[in-house]
Design a binder for this molecule. Structure first.
Ligand SMILES: Nc1ncnc2c1ncn2[C@@H]1O[C@H](COP(=O)(O)OP(=O)(O)OP(=O)(O)O)[C@@H](O)[C@H]1O
Ligand SMILES: [Mg+2]
Length: 162
């Protein structure tokens, strides 16, 4: 009703943060630039922390928009209350990789093959986790192990230059 009254084009009070309505404060700009810098320079882990409601999810959604434009593939986990296998299934599925009937090792293999083949073509693959403080220790360890790929990819790249 107020939409028509105020002649608004969109509903201003949606539950999910919408990047089109980002109010670019200095802090938000800096945080977004740091997130993207971490991706661009393949820095491995990048963590964004902040008080409740300060715009972390909003910035994550802005980052995803930038990643889509920059041809960076990503898996976006927004509900991290998952077991280690569910987490890998979710990540593989979000990367459009087959998941049905796959064991944990199958999933790890397809995620790593996918990331390595993209890396060899000069493309980046990113895992984005919102609400990461809810991750279990098992899933955190799984993510840490996934970063071993970073070392492997660098090894491949220096190997191919020799
Ligand atoms: N810079 C901003 N510009 C416009 N709206 C913003 C901005 N920062 C936050 N908001 C709005 O404030 C609300 C809370 O933001 P958001 O959900 O991103 O916060 P959060 O830090 O992820 O919170 P939580 O810690 O609860 O997950 C949302 O409605 C979001 O759209
Ligand atoms: Mg949030």
């Amino acid at each position: 009703m107020y939409k028509r009254f105020f002649n608004l084009q969109r509903n201003p009070f949606e539950i999910t943060p919408d990047p089109r309505f980002l109010f670019s404060t200095k802090q938000h700009n800096e945080a977004l630039a740091s997130l993207y810098y971490g991706v661009k320079r393949r820095k491995g882990f990048v963590v964004l922390t902040g008080e409740v409601g300060t715009g972390k999810t909003m910035l994550v959604r802005c980052l995803l928009q930038i990643l889509r434009q920059a041809n960076v593939a990503y898996a976006y986990v927004f509900n991290p209350r998952l077991t280690a296998v569910e987490f890998l299934q979710y990540v593989a599925g979000d990367l459009q990789l087959p998941t049905s009937g796959k064991s944990k090792s199958d999933l790890l293999l397809s995620i790593s093959s996918y990331a390595i083949s993209r890396y060899q073509k000069g493309f980046t693959t990113v895992l984005v986790v919102d609400e990461a403080h809810h991750l279990s220790a098992d899933v955190l360890e799984e993510i840490r192990l996934l970063t071993n790929l970073e070392t492997y990819c660098r090894f491949c790249s220096s190997g191919s230059q020799n």
